[in-house]
Design a protein around this ligand. Sequence first.
Ligand code: FAD
Ligand code: NDP
Length: 515
Amino acid sequence: MAALCLSSARRWGAAVTRSRGTRGGVTATHDEYDLLVIGGGSGGLACAKEAAKLGKVVAVFDYVDPSPRGTKWGIGGTCVNVGCIPKKLMHQAALLGGALKDAPRYGWNIPHPAQHDWSTMAQAVQNYVKSLNWGHRVQLKDKKVTYFNMKASFLDENTVRGLTKAGKEAVVTARNIVIATGGRPKYPTHIPGAVENGITSDDLFWLKSSPGKTLVVGGSYVSLECAGFLSGIGLDTTAMVRSIPLRGFDQQMAALVTDYMASYGTRFLWKCTPSGVEKLQNDKLRVTWKNTHSGKEEMDVFDTVMWAVGRAPETKHLNLEKVGVRINSDTGKIIVDASEATSVPHIFAIGDITEGRPELTPTAIAAGKLLALRLFDNATELMDYDNVPTTVFTPLEYGCVGMSEEAAAERYGEDAIEVFHAFYKPLEFTVAERDAAQCYIKMICLREKDQRLLGLHFTGPNAGEVIQGFALGMKCGATYPQLMRTVGIHPTSAEEVTKLHITKRSGLDPTVTGC
Ligand code: FAD
Ligand code: NDP
């Protein structure tokens, strides 16, 4: 194995300091960095850049193990390469397809049916992602952060070893180490043919040609979003859900999301669990599954099977046992306290790798920045994980902040909460004669005293844009009377939130009529 002297392993900038001899033929240094970050994704890069801004000597290790299909990508982590960014762009491609269908009613002459070309979309999305990879590298260079494109593991509490694909090695030490290695999609390895014949979201966004008739297995964010945009660009798409959709979300809202998808072309196999994927001679995939409702074995043939059955934290290769960083043995995630500290005081963890935190980019970024400020700028502010807003980018988007109706009822009791709701019709749906049966808003608040808001849920166009501003209100402790004093912006869907006045308890028809 070739040993790399640090200065030659270093791609970008910072000077080597405090070098102290060798370790097994490898140049080793101690306390060389103020901060070493393992994982160049949303959280890790945010933390590294913030620390560098404060004048600290910082290094980042980032390395992508190719997927079982061989897909790989550059720096930036899940969100940039195989998550939020390509997903939202492909969702946009699907929304444009919907707009094309609406367009004739608004006077446009559009050839029918409009054809979608996967490779044009994929190429454009992939080029954009590559530009983001480049942008991250330039930013690291500008900020004099040392970037190692190497897979890292701990040698001891202050020492990390990096390994390139070709077996080159670097050993570096740091006073503070942040683990931000995120997660990767799981495969149901117990299902014959699952790994050999299936793909995951790690592959989908990098496919050069259309996945064709696709089965997406899973009932959560990744599954529904991917099934949603595949249907939206005109592919024959099936989602197989073994239990409930969007576990953890308000279940009334989750049902609206899947009802809309079903009415716009996604086929759902409810209460079904896959049992095998076999490749046929014509390269098609025969999938068998058990319908737990009917007890029957069923099958169909697909071009692509995509597993969206959850994500596994990337802790296996880090050698955490050796340094005493505690993980939850059930989930494999790293246990941290409110300051993101692990069981080893100068080793921290942020983002998807941590136990009990939301798996979202903005929380990883905010946690990373705040951690750097606490470490290097005498700051004391902790990341507040309460009332984190989120949006599921399904064909009918679902945005929410705060508690689900179920969670609020469980926490406060049904009598102590009030649920205001409305079925509304987005203006853009009217001329297009789109069905708005699933466009719904629900707000949960305390019934007594100040009627503080507990949760807000919205299905409809631009749900993320709608919820973002109200999330500020929730953060500031907004109450129902304050919401009622908020003037709406007309004509928008968001203004319907400021007009919510019908309670579920009243049993009155919550359909909005007129302006
Ligand atoms: P990551 O971004 O995963 O970065 C970890 C990095 O560490 C990776 O580059 C990895 O290769 C590297 N690494 C791992 N092990 C090592 C090692 N030993 N040595 C060196 N490097 C290593 N969130 C949203 O907020 N909005 C969305 O719309 C959204 N959409 C998503 C869609 C999909 C399909 C998926 C899968 C996720 C989505 N997410 C979304 C979630 C979001 O992508 C993650 O929460 C976020 O990327 C987590 O950031 P992180 O820094 O914890 O880890
Ligand atoms: P989740 O862990 O949230 O969901 C996994 C899904 O797979 C569940 O529906 C689960 O069903 C199902 N499942 C698990 N095992 C099997 C199996 N063997 N056979 C069939 N179905 C199975 O994972 P996701 O990958 O969807 O999402 C991970 C995280 O990524 C999310 O929590 C979210 O924070 C983040 N994300 C955010 C997005 C956004 O902000 N828009 C978009 C995408 C991801 P069951 O419920 O029965 O266990």
